[in-house]
Write a protein that binds this ligand. Structure first.
Ligand SMILES: *Cc1c(COP(=O)(O)O)cnc(C)c1O
Length: 437
């Protein structure tokens, strides 16, 4: 059947039906009855569905689309590169997009990060970070240092090493406990972002690192914002103390900035809230402005030098599509657009607007807490939402919001129009209010 000849609604239903026949979606069953919405095109902060409905985007496609969809300059960066070459292998060859992007990253990430390893996705960037940490200690002949200390409620990706450092409960470690490497976990930071610091907040972390440092290669955490593991915001002093304790107990610090990087928390990188530099840092998600899949793992000269002086003498990783030129070109343009834009003012405005307009949720009986940091607004409910039901309510309200568990949250593109932002927040509040009924 020629789907182009179908009236819009049939095309919509047809796609959904064929999708269900063939495709897995994230964390889903193939026989899932959960609603699906085909997108025909997207522009700015709006998604146009195949049946003609238009949704205001509250998700930035999972933190990534900071400049909005279908951005003329990002489109241009891609088409210019595709006219040169779409890809070449990165073994023995290099190209301008990779070199310029690596240079940008080293110049704009926290001081001391000096070398860049490109990979395909966030999870792989985390694998590479862990591999760097393990090879670092191997090359110093301290092979007993092979474990990781992570925070409860953390999320670091879906591959096996990444899973091993995700929250043991929400990361469903019991499903894979035969193969997951046992790691060490400290309590999730018990202090909100703005909360007055008290030294006992770091007690549990200190105790874990004190007890286990002889087997610890590194601490891995999401700085300031724990994302997919609970949308938890914590005090910059906590991160400062972590840095100090890593130095004291000779552990590397891996900052997973895959969600927090590129301005989302109000600083260009979340580590800047604490004025610290990690030894290893992962970026992804918004790196390409949400255009392509690309991630990077940065490390200090200290880490790089040690690895290269070790027994292996090389970093043992090399993805086929490493430093893909299309992805690097669009990433470089996205990074340049970001720092040339008034992103601080935009993120501050997102924060101020969400704080004001999401506030009515705080007094609802079924809401536990409302919190906002930078371009992230969270309404935490007392009970998990029924995703299938509530998803359709959001779509009927003209907004794209995808809750998980007890969390209804938004992180709109930085470029969202103020009227759309207001509509997004107001519709979110009315859908959340109706969840109760
Ligand atoms: C999304 C995410 C990852 C995994 O990235 P993928 O590109 O989905 O593999 C890792 N760490 C954090 C903090 C993330 O938010």
């Amino acid at each position: 059947m020629n789907s182009a000849t179908l009236p819009p609604n049939s095309l919509f239903d047809d796609l959904v039906q064929q999708d269900r026949q063939y495709i897995w979606h994230p964390y889903s069953a193939v026989d899932s009855p959960a609603p699906l919405y085909p997108v025909e095109r997207a522009e700015g902060a709006r998604l146009h569905l195949s049946d003609g409905r238009v949704l205001i985007d509250g998700m930035s496609s999972w933190w990534a689309v900071i400049h909005g969809y279908n951005h003329p300059e990002l489109n241009q960066a891609l088409t210019e590169q595709v006219d040169q070459f779409a890809h070449v292998m990165f073994g023995g060859l290099t190209h301008k997009p990779a070199v310029r992007l690596a240079q940008w990253l080293v110049e704009h990430t926290p001081d001391g990060l000096a070398k860049v390893f490109f990979s395909d996705s966030g999870s792989v960037a985390v694998e590479v970070a862990i591999k760097m940490a393990l090879q670092y200690w191997q090359s110093k002949s301290q092979t007993s240092k092979h474990q990781l200390l992570s925070l409860r409620r953390g999320y670091h990706g879906d591959t096996f090493s990444a899973m091993s450092v995700c929250d043991p409960t929400t990361g469903m470690h019991h499903l894979f406990n035969q193969v997951l490497k046992p790691q060490i976990f400290s309590q999730s930071p018990p202090c909100g972002f703005d909360q007055t610091w008290q030294e006992h907040y770091i007690d549990d972390f200190r105790q874990q690192i004190e007890t286990h440092h002889e087997t610890l290669a590194a601490v891995i955490l999401e700085p300031i914002v724990q994302g997919a593991g609970g949308m938890n915001f914590y005090s910059p002093v906590f991160l400062k103390r972590v840095r100090e304790l890593c130095d004291e107990y000779d552990c590397l610090l891996i900052a997973d900035e895959i969600a927090t990087g590129f301005g989302r928390t109000g600083e260009l990188f979340a580590c800047n809230h604490s004025g610290i530099s990690p030894d290893i840092m992962c970026v992804g998600k918004a790196l390409t402005g949400g255009y392509m899949t690309l991630a990077a793992t940065l490390c200090s000269d200290k880490v790089a030098t040690a690895i290269c002086q070790g027994e292996a003498s090389v970093l043992m990783h090399g993805p086929t599509f490493m430093a893909n030129p299309l992805a690097c070109s669009v990433a470089l343009k996205s990074c340049q657009l970001l720092v040339e834009s008034p992103w601080q003012a935009r993120v501050a405005n997102l924060a101020a607007t969400m704080k004001q307009l999401l506030a009515p949720c705080a007094s609802m009986n079924h809401v536990a807490e409302v919190r906002v940091l930078g371009g992230i607004g969270v309404v935490e409910l007392k009970n998990p939402v029924e995703l299938a039901k509530v998803q359709d309510k959001f779509v009927q309200a003209g907004i794209w919001v995808r809750p998980f568990g007890k969390l209804v949250y938004i992180m709109p593109p930085f470029v969202i129009e103020q009227a759309d932002l207001i509509e997004l927040c107001e519709q979110l509040v009315s859908v959340v209010a109706a969840i109760h009924d």
